[in-house]
Design a protein around this ligand. Sequence first.
Ligand code: AMP
Ligand code: FE
Ligand code: FE
Ligand code: ZN
Length: 292
Amino acid sequence: MRIDLHTHSRASDGTLSPAEVVALAAEAGLDVVGLTDHDSAAGWQQARSAAEQVGIVVVPGIEISTKHKGAGVHLLAYLPDPTYPGLVAELDLILAGRSGRLAAMLGQLRDAGVDIDEPEVMRQVGEAKAIGRPHIADVLVAKGYADDRGDAFSTWLNWGRPGYVTRYASDTRAMVRLVTEAGGAAVIAHPWGRGSRRVLDLPTLSSLQGDGLVGIEVDHQDHNGADREALRTIARELDLVATGASDFHGAGKVDHELGCNLTEPAQYERLLEAAAYNAEAAGVAVPAVGRP
Ligand code: AMP
Ligand code: FE
Ligand code: FE
Ligand code: ZN
């Protein structure tokens, strides 16, 4: 069974629609695909309908922007109740922060001699609820200010570059609790990825486990072989679920093809069990989704 639990669509900063991601996942021979757009569940419904048509399983998730000790931490929430009021309120704050920083970013870019405006960016954003730097990157590429998204980030958008503006992110620990209360399973995405500053060591992960953390993403393109082995050992010692995934963004991220990293079926089963347990405890409907 081929399981890839972390992908993005045009509901955030991927370049394909949710239905296209699911169709491509089926073509790539996946049996299970997690759709985990940034800070939004807007793509779930379309992904589910597409999954029924092509006969694979979609695990609905959200990659939530959080912060621990000042470092950005992406938290994957699998199968939470997307209507849980506390979760909706926090996601609204994050989305407002994403929208609110756009004018400031464009102002700073203009000061640096880059001529792009808000309507141009909003055309790239399309129907996405989560406006991200990749949308600005795509305009920078289209107008010749950068060669591709990666170049746009390193020249203009990363921390320390002219277009960088910080934005609101939830507290990691509070969000782990909130996802758990919403009947979901919380998994830390690329814990030692770019910009993580490795604040998530074994004692910290153990402590977050006390708040409901279910797993960590071990096999991710941001982790080299040594990181993967060290994270796998931590997962084993703490009895956390170890996942693997592509973090596919369509054409937006090179070397992140669907299925380039996979989650073992036994780990996937444990993830579903944790979500079912949390859903039952939260009194929300236990999701029927998940078993092909
Ligand atoms: P934001 O959500 O606005 O903070 O932007 C972060 C997003 O940009 C993440 O989803 C990353 O996938 C993407 N990203 C960050 N660095 C790069 C890069 N070098 N190339 C392509 N995408 C990137
Ligand atoms: Fe992204
Ligand atoms: Fe991420
Ligand atoms: Zn991601």
